[in-house]
Ligand binder design. Structure first.
Ligand code: GLA
Length: 680
């Protein structure tokens, strides 16, 4: 595999687009050419400077095998160029045309129970299919050759949302590819038998030919087989991406490549994927009816920033208003789209894009909102918000390329996530993202900026490391976590961590084996809680609290109990502990404390670690800082529906409206935002 190219701390697209990117998916093939002229005019009116073009255009670009029709697409590219709009050009491979599956029905994906997924929607391809891959590469070669030197081309958009709808395939072609992947991983059938623990339930294999993907079985398939299949499926889709990328980088070595991620998307190991992207980009569709949406979108933004090693990323898709794919598609409140767009920038985005530019009049997504709505455009409140935002973002050029610094890291590992959520556990209620949110919410509420890190990353740049759950851990990662604490770091780790190795075999010698000395505790047994159960907790200072989801029998082995269970058969035993190790300290949570208690615990850990919020703000006001090239920008976002007074400690200029600000109170209307260039 080629090494990813390193980006500079300059604007994402350098001199090509030294502005916050603004625009959306543009699907001109859905409209008569007369409408394209109107599109170009409206794009200029809205300050659009980048569109994602051609994402679902394969059947129009190559209507029959090897026969390309580029003339109409040339006209679109030229029109956009003339309008001053740059192009994030898709490789158009996400939705194969009907002729391809007609000619090669074996390229259609098959589910674990043998059900075939037919054409008629999109993304109906088996990722291992040679027929699909060959056809996709042919199209990419033709696209890159045709448009590689086009002046509108700013970046490449490989496929679209890899793994969406079809993250894995269980067909015979996939089975063969899985076997090849396993041969590579294990080298011999003996080593595979060992890795999969096949002496359990008489599963011992005598040859690779006998192995299948984990198809539908009478009861749980072998857990390591399932885990390896998830690894294989993520790698296989990445191979599709890499096949396309190799062509692009050969023909256009200077054009950056991206593919759009989907926030916390379980099927793809985005740490691995992000190493293959020049620019990380993300699609984010927070539900306006969910009070936790602002937190969740911030969390996704922090993940994207972290996946790119701190570099700016692009919000590739969001909506102006309603989506079409929930049961009830609640409308965004006035100002909410604008506010959430600024939130992405606050979290490190240098681009704010939408699905899609013009709302479709046919097809499955015609009730999904867009930048240009169905109705009379000029009268549309959401169009007005689009235009307003586009103009405001034009004032944020100086923010481009700046980055955020976090002293806190939350560890996230896809292997561990996959393994944790395999069935047949003490509790199937322990979910990776829920656990992360339990930690993230109180930090978000206090405006403590958080990075995500892979457990085997160098953690030395952080003061506080949070481990909401790390069920599976490698020796290397466990060693890194221990070293982090011993050299002065503060750690907070939750239950059911360090339980298995990378083969998903129990780490024997007492739970949680790799962390017993670090945490100063031994876990004798797990006591998971049902949805109706809670346990009571009592802190050393007499404060009472509650725990849910999990409890366990902890014996102290050097740690002190910060809180003890005060109900259930565990009454009197430690529930939350603290242990000094080396020059650092490690907290351990043997239950999931209620939200207020979690907040208190994380405040204690932040105080121990010397971690400060970006700024002290009233409740419901988000604050994040971006810095770079000697400049500092404080983003202040009022998520409340009432006006608030927020304290400013330094003078500055609000880039959104150009106003000068002095230290003291600044009034922010409902859902309003300020981007303060500090020390101006
Ligand atoms: C995804 C896809 C888009 C569109 C939107 C709808 O993000 O990439 O093509 O289907 O969902 O929300």
């Amino acid at each position: 595999m080629a090494q990813p190219r390193v980006n500079s701390p300059e604007p994402l697209l350098g001199a090509t687009l030294p502005h916050i990117a603004y625009g959306g998916d543009y699907n001109p093939e859905q409209w008569p050419e007369g409408v394209w002229q109107e599109d170009a005019r409206l794009m200029q009116e809205a300050g659009v400077n980048l569109v994602s073009l051609g994402i679902f255009s394969w059947s129009r670009l190559e209507p029959a095998e090897g026969e390309f029709e580029f003339a109409w697409f040339d006209r679109v590219m030229d029109l956009l160029h003339d309008a001053g709009v740059r192009v994030d050009l898709a490789t158009a491979t996400a939705s194969p045309p009907p002729w391809l599956s007609h000619r090669h029905p074996e390229m259609l994906p098959v589910l674990a129970d043998g059900v075939k997924l037919w054409p008629g929607a999109r993304q109906h391809y088996c990722p291992s299919s040679p027929a699909y891959r060959t056809a996709a590469r042919g199209l990419v070669e033709a696209m890159a050759t045709r448009y590689g030197k086009h002046p509108a081309l700013a970046m490449w958009h490989v496929g679209n949302e890899f793994g969406c709808h079809v993250p894995a395939c269980w067909c015979d072609v996939s089975a063969e590819a899985f076997r090849a992947w396993l041969r590579d991983r294990y080298g011999s059938i003996e080593r595979l038998n060992e890795g999969w623990g096949t002496d359990f339930w008489s599963q011992r294999y005598s040859a690779f030919e006998e192995i299948l993907p984990p198809r539908r079985t009478p009861t749980w398939p072998n857990p390591t087989q399932q885990l390896d299949f998830m690894r294989f499926s993520s790698d296989t889709l990445l191979e599709c991406h890499e096949g396309e990328r190799a062509i692009l980088t050969r023909i256009t070595p200077d054009i950056p490549v991206t593919t759009n991620f989907m926030s916390f998307f379980k099927p793809l190991d985005y740490w691995k994927w992000a190493e293959r992207e020049d620019i990380v980009s993300n699609d984010s569709y927070p539900d306006p009816s969910d009070p936790r949406s602002a937190m969740r979108a911030a969390m996704a933004g922090d993940l994207m920033r972290s996946l790119g090693g701190g570099r700016p990323w692009i919000l590739m898709e969001q909506t102006t208003n309603r989506v079409n794919w929930r049961d009830v598609n609640v409308a965004k409140a006035p100002g909410q789209m604008r506010l959430w767009s600024y939130q992405a920038i606050a979290r490190g985005a240098d681009g704010v894009m939408f699905f899609q530019w013009r709302q479709s009049r046919a097809g499955a997504e015609k009730h999904h909102s867009a930048m240009v709505p169905h109705g009379p455009v000029d009268a549309s409140p959401s169009w007005k918000e689009v235009v307003r935002l586009g103009h405001e973002l034009g004032r944020l050029d100086s923010v481009c390329g700046s980055q955020s610094r976090a002293d806190v890291a939350v560890l996230l590992d896809w292997d561990s996530w996959w393994a944790l959520e395999l069935p047949s556990k003490p509790s199937n209620r322990v979910r990776q993202v829920d656990q992360i949110e339990t930690y993230y919410q109180p930090l978000f509420d206090r405006n403590v900026t958080v990075d995500f890190a892979r457990p085997d990353h160098d953690l030395s740049r952080y003061r506080l490391v949070l481990v909401p759950n790390l069920y599976l851990v490698s020796d290397e990662a466990a060693g890194g976590i221990v070293r982090f604490v011993e050299s002065g770091g503060t750690l907070v780790m939750s239950f059911f961590s360090g339980i298995v190795d990378q083969a998903e075999h129990i780490r024997l010698g007492g739970y949680p084996k790799p962390f017993i000395d670090l945490l100063g505790v031994r876990v004798m047994d797990f006591h998971p809680l049902t949805i109706d159960q809670e346990v009571e907790l009592e802190f050393n200072d007499g404060k009472r609290a509650r725990g849910e989801l999990w409890s366990e029998h902890i014996e102290l082995a050097g740690a002190e109990a910060v809180a003890r269970f005060s109900s259930s058969e565990l009454a009197g035993r430690p529930a939350i502990t603290r242990h000094a190790a080396g020059s650092g300290r490690a907290y351990y949570l043997g239950t999931r404390p209620d939200a207020r208690t979690m907040e208190r615990l994380l405040q204690m850990a932040c105080a121990d670690a010397g971690v400060e919020p970006a700024a002290e703000m009233p409740q419901g006001v988000e604050a994040v800082r971006r810095q770079g090239r000697g400049r500092s920008f404080l983003f202040v976002l009022n998520h409340r529906e009432i006006e608030v007074d927020v304290p400013l400690s330094v003078a500055g200029q609000n880039l959104v409206d150009g106003s000068d600000l002095r230290p003291g109170l600044m009034r922010l209307p409902p859902r309003a935002v300020a981007v303060i260039r500090e020390g101006w």
